[in-house]
Design a protein around this ligand. Structure first.
Ligand code: ATR
Length: 282
């Protein structure tokens, strides 16, 4: 049953462009309903050059905050008055919360979501156990590198088509940079390989990566969740590698965001993954 919206309903949302296909409203509203919280979570499409004005207009209002998705994660960081160290390290924010004093607090829960996804789908995996190879050097890769280094990973290897960007990431956070053509070397003895590139999105050609060079127990993860089993994950499965999907990461980043907006952890016992899968494959 649809909950009534009252004058006291707490409002949060997700801001991006495009945004209509976001799964976040499905996750958050299912948790709100199950917890009986007087709250609502909506998707907000923002004009390409409108993000700063959007934040300026919302601060000092009763809006709890917003998750931020592409292409505004860097703009979100710039709009904040206070930045959590993990958002600073990722150079991107996926969460803004608004204080009654006008504060705009930026955080990044993507890294927490990534580690939660590994904990859930590859429970035997220990981030401290060995090197992790991350393919890509954009915001997603940066957040992943920061999260794994913070979790005690002994070595992050950043593999990117544009070597300069991988080197810049490693100079900031620590790690070893590899050209995409050296992926095989980076994958040898890796405990995990993560695809954080946008290749294969929007109908583009998926990357062909030398996953056969990884050890048999190497965990393979793709941040993309449309389709749930990407060609990269399908290749990993065909080789017998354990895999972690991007939907688990999406749900993993939503949990701490929910807590930041509504003051309590999402209730247990709601199968938000099933709801998200239904929305992905109607
Ligand atoms: P995000 O912030 O979402 O990570 P981004 O900054 O646009 O997005 O980065 C996208 C990443 O995917 C980059 O590492 C990009 O490689 P370059 O730095 O060389 O541009 C990578 N990428 C995208 N399309 C690719 C392709 N077809 N082949 C290889 N890498 C690709």
């Amino acid at each position: 049953m649809r909950r009534p919206i009252s004058g006291a309903t707490r409002v949060a949302g997700v801001a991006g462009r495009p945004i209509a296909h976001s799964l976040s409203p499905i996750l958050h509203n299912a948790w709100l309903a199950a917890a009986g919280i007087d709250g609502v979570y909506v998707a907000l499409q923002i004009a390409q050059d409108g993000f700063a004005a959007f934040v300026e207009g919302l601060r000092s209002t009763s809006m709890a905050g917003v998750n931020v998705t592409l292409p505004f994660k860097e703009a979100a960081l710039a709009a904040a008055t206070e930045v959590h160290p993990r958002a600073r390290r990722a150079q991107a924010a996926n969460l803004l919360t608004f204080g009654p004093d006008g504060a705009v607090r930026a955080d990044n829960t993507d890294g927490l979501g990534l580690l939660a996804a590994f904990a859930e789908q590859a429970p035997g995996f220990d981030p401290k156990a060995g090197p992790v190879a991350i393919v890509g050097a954009g915001g997603g890769a940066r957040g992943a590198a920061a999260a794994f280094l913070d979790a005690g990973c002994p070595e992050v290897r950043v593999v990117n088509r544009t070597l300069d960007r991988a080197q810049a990431l490693c100079a900031d956070l620590g790690g070893r940079a590899f050209d995409l053509r050296e992926a095989e070397t980076a994958f040898q003895d890796a405990a995990a390989v993560i695809n954080a590139t946008s290749a294969g999105l929007a109908g583009g050609e998926a990357l062909d990566l030398p996953l056969a060079a990884t050890p048999g127990a190497c965990v393979v993860m793709d941040m993309v969740y449309k389709p749930l089993v990407t060609p990269f994950l399908a290749q990993a499965r065909a080789l017998g590698r354990p895999t972690v999907d991007g939907l688990a990461m999406l749900i993993g980043q939503a949990r701490p965001s929910f807590e930041a907006f509504f003051g309590q952890a999402p209730p247990a016992g709601v199968d938000v993954r099933a709801l998200a899968l239904k929305a992905l494959n109607p």
